[in-house]
Design a protein around this ligand. Structure first.
Ligand SMILES: C[S@@+](CC[C@H](N)C(=O)[O-])C[C@H]1O[C@@H](n2cnc3c(N)ncnc32)[C@H](O)[C@@H]1O
Ligand code: SF4
Length: 346
């Protein structure tokens, strides 16, 4: 069986024409998929014979929501079950100007960052573009809201699944598809340098976010092993290239961990690295993960860090509003709880 959500309109046309159908049927099927229908019977303008043929060859339910947690601020964290029974998670958030979804790009992650729950059980497999889209369809079905912003910040490293992620980006922005604007999609990476150059050359209008978390190579390597392979200066050079090629502002994510990366010395070093560049720094108090012994910095420390970056180095800086903190919105946590419960039950 083939996952039909994973096919472009052109591919569907090719396959339908091979069984003697007219090309316009592909457009109809593609539009239904992008409306998020969960069965072929819901594709009301198709003849019954075609519906039956589709049922024999394809499936449509690649990311069904099996568990949900809703926070007081309206943030909803969902656990999606994939057809091979692996689980991934997404987060739906309400903003002043619309609705946003944070989705996963891999089942788990192999990058081993010290503070991250996504990596606790290693990397199981890459998601397909269709499974990334499936998360969006299912969230829209569940909430009845149209998502206009997407962030690839769920579990997984998007640039470690380059081909499928780029296919997802192109499909989600395609006409007749979800029709998202590239400008409203953020791809966050731990810094796989060669893939940043490659992404820059795709000339997609998406926002790139870099998870930096420390401006010193020796310290960053301690919490983010990828830094051993691609050091900070190499990473910043790739970001310069991205900015030059796309003319898009790049975001640097900086999760503040008490006593680890939140001192004036860190703020000064970060400020001098980023000064004068078309970048934005997003400061995030680290989300405590039970298995990791790291605590978020105090508010006064976070404010001081921001002041140094802004006033001394003129680097545009914001403190990220914490959404869903009462439901453990740190990526990977719900999935880990699910895996733990199922392991205990087995
Ligand atoms: C889960 S990652 C997925 C995207 C990509 N792999 C990356 O590292 O950018 C999304 C963001 O969450 C951050 N993150 C991971 N664990 C966190 C935690 N416990 N508290 C706050 N942020 C966390 C990452 O550093 C990254 O900026
Ligand atoms: S922060 Fe990103 S790259 Fe690091 S382990 Fe988590 S998901 Fe993977």
């Amino acid at each position: 069986m083939i996952d039909i959500r994973n096919l472009t309109q052109e591919k569907i046309a090719e396959q339908l024409m091979a069984i003697g159908e007219k090309k316009f049927r592909a457009k109809q099927v593609f539009e239904w998929i992008n409306k998020g229908v969960q069965s072929f019977d819901a594709m009301k303008n198709l003849p019954k014979t075609l519906m039956d043929q589709l049922k024999e060859q394809y499936y449509l339910d690649n990311a069904s929501i099996v568990e949900q947690l809703e926070s007081e601020d309206g943030t909803i964290k969902s656990l999606h079950k994939l057809v091979d029974n692996n689980v991934i998670e997404s987060v739906f958030m309400t903003y002043k100007h619309g609705y946003s979804a944070c989705i996963s790009t891999q089942v788990g992650c192999r990058m081993n960052c010290a503070f991250c729950a996504s990596t606790l059980n290693g990397m199981i497999r890459n998601l397909t573009a269709g499974e990334m889209l499936g998360q969006l369809y299912e969230i829209q079905n569940m909430t009845g809201k149209r998502i206009d912003h997407v962030v690839l910040m769920g579990s997984g490293e998007p640039l470690d699944n380059y081909e499928e992620v780029v296919r997802f980006l192109k499909m989600s922005c395609s006409e007749g598809g979800l029709n998202l604007s590239g400008r409203n999609i953020t791809l966050s990476t731990c810094g796989i340098v060669p893939q940043i150059y490659k992404l820059a050359d795709e000339k997609l209008q998406i926002t790139l976010a870099i998870s930096l978390h420390n401006p010193f190579d020796d310290e960053r390597t301690q919490i983010m092993p990828i830094n051993k392979k691609y050091g900070i200066d190499e990473l910043v050079a790739a970001v310069d290239y991205y900015i030059q090629s796309t003319n898009r502002r790049v975001t640097f994510e900086y999760a503040l961990i008490e006593g680890e990366n939140d001192s004036d010395r860190h703020a000064e070093a970060l400020g001098s690295k980023l000064k004068g560049k078309l970048v934005h720094v997003n400061l995030i108090p680290i989300n405590a993960v039970e298995e990791k012994k790291m605590r978020p910095s105090q508010n006064s420390r976070i404010n001081r860090f921001k002041t140094i970056l802004m006033d001394k180095y003129n680097v545009n800086t914001t403190i990220r509003r914490e959404l869903g903190s009462d439901i453990n919105a740190a990526c990977g946590q719900l999935r880990n709880q699910h895996i733990e419960i199922n392991t205990i039950q087995e």
